[in-house]
Design a protein around this ligand. Structure first.
Ligand SMILES: [Zn+2]
Length: 249
C-alpha cells in the first residue's frame, strides 16, 4: 500500500486577521489548499478551492465578497491544476469536502464523476437558509448531481485505514478533517477547524463559528494526534503552507 499526497494551491484570499483569530491584527493573505490523494484503490481530492469564475468575477461570492479580496488566476482553479499534473479530473473517484464554505468546494464541479463524501450535518446546513450566514454556503458549488455519500462520523475511505475522514464539528455543523498515512508519515489535514499554527498554540479561535466550544475540543484532538507523531497541516496557514512543497513524503 503506497499512498501519494500532493498539494495544490487553488488561489488566495486576503482578509482581516481579527476575523480569523481572536486578537489578530492587520490583514492576512490565506492560501486556499486542495489535497490530491492517490491510493492504489482510487483517487480522492480533499477540498477543491475557489470556483474557477472567481479568477475574473467575484459576484458569485455575493455578501462574502465584502470580507475577502480574491487573488486567483485562471490556472489556479482545480481543473487546470490537476491537468498540469497529468491527472484527469474526470477520473477522480472521491471528492471529500472538509465543509461546504465557498473556499473549500468551489472546484467540486471539475470532478464530474466523483462521489462526494461529506458529513451529514454539513450537507443539511448547506441547504438550510437560516444557517446560510453571509452567503458562505452556495448549493451551486456542491449540489451538482454527483453521487453523495453522507457520513455519520468517521469514515475509512479505502477500507485499509490509510485515508480517514474524522469529524471535527464546530467551525461548521459538520466539519471534518482528513487523516492520511503514507509509507513514511501520518498527516492530519485540519481544514478550518485550525486555520493557523497560532490557532493551536494560543487556542486562538476565530470570532465566529457554528459551535466554538466544540471547535475548541477539536484542538485538543489535534494536539493528541501531534503528540502521537502526526504532522498537522493547518487550514490556511500562510507561513506553513509554502514550506510543504508540492508533495508530502
Ligand atoms: Zn476556509
Amino acid at each position: 500500500m503506497t499512498v501519494r499526497v500532493r498539494l495544490l494551491t487553488c488561489g488566495w484570499l486576503e482578509g482581516s486577521l481579527s476575523m480569523l483569530m481572536v486578537g489578530g491584527e492587520g490583514r492576512v493573505r490565506l492560501p486556499i489548499p486542495s489535497v490530491l490523494v492517490e491510493h492504489p484503490k482510487g483517487t480522492a481530492v480533499f477540498d477543491t478551492g475557489l470556483h474557477a469564475s472567481l479568477a475574473h468575477d467575484t459576484s458569485r461570492l455575493r455578501t462574502s465578497a465584502d470580507l475577502f479580496d480574491v487573488f486567483m488566476g485562471p490556472d489556479d482553479a482545480l481543473g487546470p491544476q490537476l491537468r498540469a499534473l497529468d491527472v484527469d479530473p474526470a477520473a477522480v473517484d472521491f471528492v471529500i469536502n472538509s465543509h461546504l464554505h465557498f473556499d473549500h468546494c468551489g472546484g467540486n464541479e471539475a470532478l464530474a464523476n466523483a462521489t462526494l463524501l461529506v458529513q451529514d450535518p454539513e450537507w443539511k446546513a448547506g441547504h438550510i437558509d437560516k444557517l446560510i450566514e453571509r452567503d458562505v454556503y452556495n448549493p451551486n458549488d456542491f449540489d451538482l448531481g454527483q453521487p453523495v455519500q453522507l457520513l455519520q462520523g468517521e469514515h475509512d475511505v479505502f477500507g485499509d485505514g490509510s485515508v480517514r475522514c474524522v469529524p471535527t464539528y464546530g467551525h461548521t455543523a459538520g466539519h471534518q478533517s482528513l487523516v492520511v498515512r503514507t509509507d513514511n508519515a501520518e498527516y492530519v489535514f485540519c481544514g478550518d477547524t485550525c486555520y493557523f499554527k497560532e490557532t493551536l498554540e494560543n487556542n486562538a479561535l476565530p470570532g465566529f463559528g457554528y459551535d466554538l466550544a466544540a471547535q475548541a475540543r477539536t484542538l485538543d484532538w489535534l494536539r493528541e494526534m501531534q503528540g502521537a507523531g502526526a504532522q498537522l497541516v493547518f487550514g490556511h496557514d500562510p507561513n506553513q503552507w509554502p514550506t510543504l512543497g508540492p508533495e508530502l513524503p
